[in-house]
Design a protein around this ligand. Structure first.
Ligand SMILES: [Zn+2]
Length: 459
């Protein structure tokens, strides 16, 4: 087996570099290309490569596709994705070139998730090359819309066979067998101006783009206030709470707030620009009709990221504590929306959390646009997990263990599926960052681990 793996190493490096040249960011839907040209092209590349290895393939109308080998009723799925998030700015090397520097392949998607996708495909090729007897089929399933809602895998599940068991190389090693529930909803309220009110009025407020990100910027426009007074409040605020505000003025007073972005599943790692600005607004003399809502948000949420104020700071032994992120805040003169992204421990139910929050929310505020993505958990006694542990320990010499995350891989859409790699403990998290790369050594290690896992799983 070692010899066959070695013979595939250079081909894997080349294929990874090639597929990184395809800009597979989601685009406008075109005829027979639901997510645009780029994702469809990257799928075509992967399926052509699989065809050239002699594997069976299928393209599901450019939503998803697969490459399969082996015989048997049961099927092992390896769930990967070929779409990428936009490249952003500040790259040292061009983001769609697949250039190699200092033992690293650079490019958007190198670690998330094209490199691992290619490693999985070459693992299957290695088994085929070795002429191993398969008692179960192995199918590498390629999705093309993981970064924007995983419509690809929903389509797959509606039109094709669900794996008996499987793993998704789209997170971290060793083994992620638990993913928290994801609850998203908005607090909304309308402002009814009954009479002319005195005080500062919020004309507009904009902070954050997506519920699953910590806003790194927010901006408010105010009328009816005194600029000098606002400046004083900002200064004294900054003395007690680390914050970064900028005050401007045109026909309104403008306050800009700068924070630090982070993923919505780890809000404690960021600095929420929108919530800092709301906290500041709480110290101004706001008009009566807006004041209550601002006070509610500050009293019940504020800068906390545990859900304590709303009585939902829950935890369990397996998956840890609940996280609470305010991802989007929008106000105009008549209406306000505060959108929240909660990751809750696997032992709990979304409805439980929601009803607890409702109890702590006054009547004039609505809870709207609720979406609840249930927690996912695979028991450690599962036979597949034992084999994943074995292969990981054999290749790395490190102890394998299971852990839980805030959630969000393909694994949660399938029974008996876990996330497994590709990032090794202690390595930087490069997904969605500029200068994303995969170390060639790690790419090859992934190939080895996936190959040995499959050897065990097809027995
Ligand atoms: Zn990914």
């Amino acid at each position: 087996m070692e010899k066959i793996i070695t013979s595939n190493e250079n081909l894997l490096i080349k294929a990874t570099s090639e597929i990184l040249k395809i800009k597979s960011v989601k685009g406008d839907s075109l005829p027979n290309m639901p997510f645009g040209e780029g994702p469809a092209q990257s799928l075509e590349y992967a399926l052509n490569l699989a065809d050239s290895f002699g594997l069976r393939t299928r393209n599901l109308e450019n939503f998803a596709g697969w490459a399969e080998w082996g015989e048997g009723d049961e099927m092992i799925g390896i769930l990967v994705h070929l779409d990428v998030v936009p490249e952003g700015s500040g790259w040292t090397y061009p983001p769609y070139s697949g250039e190699i520097h200092g033992g690293k392949i650079y490019g958007r998607g190198a670690i998330d998730d094209k490199g691992p996708a290619m490693a999985a495909l070459f693992a299957l090729k290695s088994l085929k090359d070795a002429g191993i007897k398969f008692n179960r089929r192995v199918r590498v399933i390629f999705g093309t819309d993981e970064e924007s809602g995983s419509e690809c895998m929903e389509y797959y599940l509606r039109h094709d066979e669900a794996p008996t068991m499987g793993f998704s190389p789209d997170a971290n090693y060793p083994i992620i067998n638990g993913e928290k529930g994801i609850l998203i909803f908005s607090f909304t309220t309308s402002f009814n101006f009954k009479k002319k009110e005195s005080g500062v009025e919020i004309l507009s407020f904009k902070g954050g783009h997506r519920p699953n990100m910590v806003p790194d910027y927010a901006e408010v426009r105010l009328s009816g206030g005194d600029v000098e007074e606002v400046k004083r409040v900002v200064e004294s605020f900054a003395e007690t709470i680390p914050s970064d505000f900028e005050i401007g003025y045109d026909d309104a007073i403008i306050i800009k707030s700068f924070g630090i972005s982070a993923h919505g599943s780890t809000p404690e790692k960021g600095k929420n620009a929108a919530m800092l600005l709301i906290k500041l607004l709480g110290q101004l003399e706001l008009i009566e009709s807006q004041k209550d809502f601002i006070n509610f948000i500050n009293d019940k949420i504020g800068l906390d990221t545990t859900g304590k104020g709303l009585g939902v700071d829950l935890e369990d032994e397996v998956s840890g504590n609940l996280s609470f992120n305010v991802g989007v805040v929008e106000f105009d003169r008549t209406r306000a929306t505060v959108t929240v992204n909660i990751r809750y421990p696997i032992k709990y139910k979304g409805e439980q959390i929601l009803s607890q929050i409702s109890r702590n929310t006054p009547e004039y505020i609505n809870i709207e646009n609720v979406s609840d993505n249930k927690p996912h958990y695979v028991s450690e006694d599962n036979l597949m997990i034992k084999k994943l542990k074995g292969a990981y320990e054999k290749v790395t010499g490190e102890k394998a263990y299971c852990f839980s995350i805030g959630g969000g891989t393909y694994a949660r859409m399938f029974d008996n599926c876990v996330a497994f790699g590709p990032n090794f403990p202690g390595k930087p998290e490069l997904a969605h960052e500029k200068d994303e790369y995969i170390e060639i050594e790690d790419l090859i290690k992934n190939l080895r681990i996936y190959t040995y896992v499959l050897v065990e799983l097809v027995k």
